[in-house]
Design a binder for this molecule. Structure first.
Ligand SMILES: NC(=O)c1ccc[n+]([C@@H]2O[C@H](COP(=O)([O-])OP(=O)(O)OC[C@H]3O[C@@H](n4cnc5c(N)ncnc54)[C@H](OP(=O)(O)O)[C@@H]3O)[C@@H](O)[C@H]2O)c1
Length: 217
C-alpha cells in the first residue's frame, strides 16, 4: 500500500521505517521538500522510501499518518491540502502539548475540545482516527517491548475507518486485535489526549517510555 507519513520527527521515522520493512511504499512529508531529516531517512530506509512536501505525501498516501508537532498539526495539514486529505483515513497521533512554560507541559486544547476534533472540524471530508498518541513510538511498532496485554485507544466518527486502522496496525505493527479499544467518536480524543499529562509524569518517574496503558475489567 502507499502510505503517507506527515512528520520528520522520531515518530515519523520509526513508523516509516517499520512500514517500509513491512513492504509498503512510504512517503515522508515535511514543510519543505528536501528536508534534511527526510533525506537521511530515505537514504537509510531504502528504495520503497520517498520524501516530499506535506502535500506531495498526502497526495501519495492511500492511508495517512499525522505525526506532526501538536502545535503545528493544523498548519501542517493545511499545507497537506484539503483536497489531498478528502475521503482519506488520517491516523492522528499528535498531542496538544504546550511546553512553553517548561516541564511538565499543559494541553493547549482540552476538556470540551481536543486536537483530534479540531482536525476533524477543519477537514470534514477526512476520516480522522485518533490512535497511537498514548504510547511511545518504539512500542507502537513492537508491542512485545512491554510484556503482557496492553491497549491502544481508537477514536473517530467513521466506524469503517476505525476498523481499517485497527486491521492495518494489527497487521503491520504486530498488535493483537483485542488490544484495540474503540472509545467512540472523535470527542473521545479529549480523554486520550489528556492521558499524556499522566504519561509524561510516569516517564519522569520511570526514566524511560517503555510502558503502556492496560485496562482491567
Ligand atoms: N515521541 C513519541 O513517541 C510520541 C508518541 C505518541 C505521540 N507523539 C506525538 O507525535 C507527534 C510527532 O512527534 P515527534 O517527536 O516525532 O515530532 P515533532 O518534533 O513533535 O514534530 C515534527 C514534525 O512537525 C512539523 N512541524 C513542527 N512545527 C510545525 C509548524 N509550525 N507547522 C507545520 N509543521 C510543523 C515538522 O515539520 P518539518 O518536517 O518541516 O520540520 C515535523 O515534520 C507529536 O504531536 C507528539 O506529541 C509522540
Amino acid at each position: 500500500m502507499k502510505v503517507a507519513i506527515l512528520g520528520t520527527g522520531m515518530v515519523g521515522e520509526t513508523l516509516g521505517t517499520k512500514l517500509v520493512q513491512s513492504g509498503h511504499e512510504v512517503m515522508m512529508g515535511s514543510r519543505k521538500t528536501g528536508n534534511e531529516k527526510a533525506l537521511a531517512w530515505v537514504q537509510k530506509a531504502g528504495s520503497k522510501a520517498k520524501q516530499g512536501s506535506f502535500a506531495d505525501a498526502a497526495a501519495f498516501g492511500e492511508i495517512i499518518f499525522n505525526c506532526t508537532l501538536g502545535a503545528g498539526a493544523l498548519e501542517a495539514l493545511k499545507m497537506a491540502g484539503e483536497k489531498n486529505l478528502a475521503n482519506r483515513v488520517l491516523i492522528d497521533l499528535s498531542n496538544p502539548l504546550d511546553f512553553s512554560k517548561g516541564m511538565p507541559p499543559t494541553l493547549f486544547v482540552c476538556n470540551s475540545d481536543s486536537l483530534g476534533e479540531q482536525i476533524q472540524r477543519a477537514f470534514p471530508q477526512t476520516k480522522v482516527v485518533k490512535a497511537l498518541n498514548t504510547l511511545n513510538c518504539k512500542l507502537m511498532v513492537d508491542p512485545t517491548m512491554v510484556p503482557g496485554d496492553h491497549n491502544i485507544f481508537v477514536a473517530g466518527n467513521d466506524n469503517a475507518a476505525k476498523e481499517k486502522v485497527i486491521a492495518f496496525l494489527a497487521e503491520n505493527f504486530g498488535w493483537k486485535t483485542k488490544a484495540f479499544i474503540d472509545v467512540g467518536d472523535i470527542t473521545a480524543a479529549r480523554g486520550t489526549e489528556a492521558l499524556m499529562l499522566l504519561w509524561i509524569r510516569l516517564m519522569g518517574k520511570f526514566q524511560h517510555g517503555n510502558f503502556n496503558w492496560s485496562i482491567a475489567k
